[in-house]
Design a binder for this molecule. Structure first.
Ligand SMILES: Cc1cc2nc3c(=O)[nH]c(=O)nc-3n(C[C@H](O)[C@H](O)[C@H](O)COP(=O)(O)O)c2cc1C
Ligand code: SF4
Length: 609
């Protein structure tokens, strides 16, 4: 590497650079490793990275400043991040975090004086079925209570490396409560690929179409349509005959494992225990669209799954299920690389995800062009959810008609739900599409529930009057979150929590969302503090309209959903918090016009407001 002016830092960076090479798309991965090594990204490291990757220093700093798991200021040697989802709150997160901070003499959001520990909140860490949860230096902590926190505080005080802590602290259970076609039987590795090769790529695409598979990431786009657009997109032939899947990029297959929607954790379980099914689905997709390279975009919060997933990939390579001439099929070359995120919900949005894969800030792109024609490095790219790939593998194995026989006409197959909140049996439930909210509540022990937040904060709040509604694209579409609220819960608290989430996660690119989410949060804080009036509710409705209609991407356009839904379905929860119920304008516009009326000598109807 070229010398940078800080030799002491350069020597520590050398092995990181050696691992990633002089490739700007690796910037985020480099920064993650630097963060691990130094507990922050020192300014000298920013300079060295800029020189090594031949990019402006400001670009490196811009990326480092974007992701919440990266820090340009020193962090504690132990960084403890408490999950801030409403379900964690309901299980006592605020009190537990304060208890922990008191024990370690540190203020929330700050670093202890001896630089030993920092304690802060993180957006939902995807362990709502076993909260309150937290991450310590990326390792998962579940079922937190005072006893566990006493032990953790002691281990930190003793400066024991996290890798040597008792393993029981890091147990993350799958909590699968109901299985159906997806989770029911293990897949024999290679079975779906063999079926695809026997049937041929064109017929496999036809099976996905017959299955009427729709994306499980939330929007429900038809998977066969997406795959065929990508296949149809032209790629310049590079004439290479030698299999080097990294060098001969054609089309790209991306598995979206960002799973940042609060209350969602089904992708975590698929990756922890059904990784073969997911990788098999990606390989089937690669055969159909003609992709040579795949990425698993794994959210930073699931980093603890990385080694296990790498081991599955290595085994699959050894089994001839990845790499060159897969299963002996000449020219069928495909491999998968795992790319870690670093704590940014927006990176689940497919074009922001692609930016992040390219090592940049996760900023949603203008569309068109769409990723299927111009995605990763300008190549045709499919981005699909983890569960979508798992479904695709099953369809390749058993056929489209088999899949289409389940569910409803517009929502075929099954859906994984991540159930949390006020239920006696939280966890993963797989149902055929069409199941009612009422049935689900009966199964998971959601007794006396008065509301369910379906599909997370950006989804729909369902009140008890609507429990007959069905999980299906034609009624209640969902990416999988199902958060249950007992009738004693004030729904204001949930809406308040969600406004904080959106304000924190807005990427800041467009003004309606950057400013709108902050204003929404501030008004909710004001109401929570007992200072709200009816005019604040009107203001939030107006803000909601601006967010919905003027935001650049789905984050902004759904950021007002929780407030608007709660105002509509649980108005009482707001009214009980207000200081004044009557509308009190902050400014009397008609009164202000009085002087003008006197000067002009008018007092007719048109001179009043
Ligand atoms: C703010 C935002 C966050 C998103 N997060 C995710 C996510 O974590 N996982 C996911 O699969 N899709 C997410 N999506 C949807 C993706 O943009 C994309 O539609 C999806 O990955 C397509 O996969 P599918 O067709 O299999 O559903 C998100 C969308 C938005 C607007
Ligand atoms: S809507 Fe929000 S998240 Fe999306 S681009 Fe605008 S600021 Fe970023």
């Amino acid at each position: 590497m070229e010398p940078c002016e800080f030799p002491h830092i350069a020597s520590q960076l050398a092995p990181i650079f050696a691992r990633h090479g002089r490739d700007a798309t690796r910037l985020l991965q480099v920064l993650r490793e630097v963060q691990d090594a130094f507990h922050f990204i020192p300014p000298e490291a920013v300079s060295c990275i800029a020189i090594y990757l031949d990019m402006p220093r400001a670009s490196v700093e811009g990326v480092a400043g974007f992701y919440s798991f990266l820090s340009l200021k020193p962090d504690g040697e132990y960084r403890v991040l408490f999950s801030d989802n409403i379900t964690d709150h309901m299980l006592g997160k605020p009190e537990l975090m304060q208890y922990f901070c008191n024990k370690l003499w540190v203020e929330p959001g700050k670093v202890s004086e001896d630089n030993l520990v920092s304690v802060d909140s993180a957006s939902c860490t995807g362990m709502c079925d076993q909260g309150p949860a937290a991450l310590v230096n990326g390792w998962p902590l579940t079922n937190l209570d005072n006893n566990r926190l006493d032990l953790i505080a002691e281990l930190i005080r003793l400066r024991k490396p996290v890798a040597d802590w008792p393993p029981m602290l890091f147990e993350v259970a799958d909590n699968i409560r109901r299985k159906d076609v997806l989770l029911g039987e293990p897949l024999e590795p290679g079975a779906a690929i063999r079926a695809t090769l026997a049937r041929g790529a064109r017929q496999t695409l036809a099976e996905v179409e017959i299955a009427n598979l729709r994306g499980r990431g939330g929007a429900g786009f038809k998977t066969a349509a997406k795959w065929s657009f990508c296949h149809a997109a032209l790629v310049e032939a590079d004439g290479s005959e030698i299999c080097d899947v990294g060098a001969t990029l054609k089309r790209i297959m991306v598995c979206n494992a960002d799973e940042g929607e609060p209350g969602t954790f089904k992708d975590r379980v698929l990756l922890a225990s059904y990784a073969d099914l997911v990788f098999e689905g990606m390989t089937v997709g690669a055969r159909v669209v003609g992709a040579s390279k795949g990425f698993l975009y794994l959210r930073g919060e699931y980093r603890y799954l990385l080694d296990k997933l790498e081991a599955v990939l290595a085994r699959r390579r050894a089994q001839g299920l990845l790499g060159c001439d897969i299963l002996g099929e000449k020219g069928f070359d495909f491999d998968i690389e795992i790319h870690l995120g670093a704590g940014a919900y927006i990176c689940g949005e497919e074009s922001a995800l692609i930016e992040s894969l390219e090592g940049k800030r996760g900023r949603p792109r203008n569309r068109p062009p769409f990723p299927v024609t111009h995605g990763y490095l300008g190549l045709p790219t499919v981005v699909d959810n983890v569960e979508t790939f798992a479904c695709a593998a099953r369809i390749a194995e058993r056929g489209g008609a088999w899949f289409a026989a389940m569910g409803t006409p517009q929502s075929t197959g099954s859906k994984l739900l991540s159930i949390s909140g006020d239920v006696s049996r939280p966890g993963i439930y797989e149902y055929p599409f069409g199941v009612t909210v009422e049935q689900i509540l009966r199964d998971c022990g959601g007794v006396d529930a008065h509301a369910v937040q379906v599909s997370g904060p950006s989804g729909t709040l369902v009140s008890w009057q609507e429990f007959g509604r069905r999980i299906a694209f034609e009624d209640l579409p969902t990416a999988g979150a199902f958060m249950v609220f007992h009738r004693k819960r004030e729904m204001f608290a949930a809406a308040h929590n969600f406004t904080h989430f959106f304000a924190h996660e807005s990427c800041g690119f467009c003004t309606p969302c950057r400013v709108g989410t902050q204003l929404q949060k501030k008004i909710m804080d004001k109401i929570a503090g007992g200072h709200g009036t009816a005019s604040d509710l009107e203001e939030m409705k107006n803000l909601g309209h601006i967010l919905k209609t003027m935001s650049h991407c789905g984050l902004g356009s759904s950021a007002a959903n929780p407030v608007l839904d709660t105002l509509k379905k649980f108005p009482g929860t707001f009214e009980r918090k207000l200081k004044a119920l009557v509308f009190e304008p902050a400014f009397d516009l008609d009164g202000a016009l009085e002087t003008a009326r006197k000067i002009t000598g008018r007092d007719d109807e048109w001179a009043h407001l």
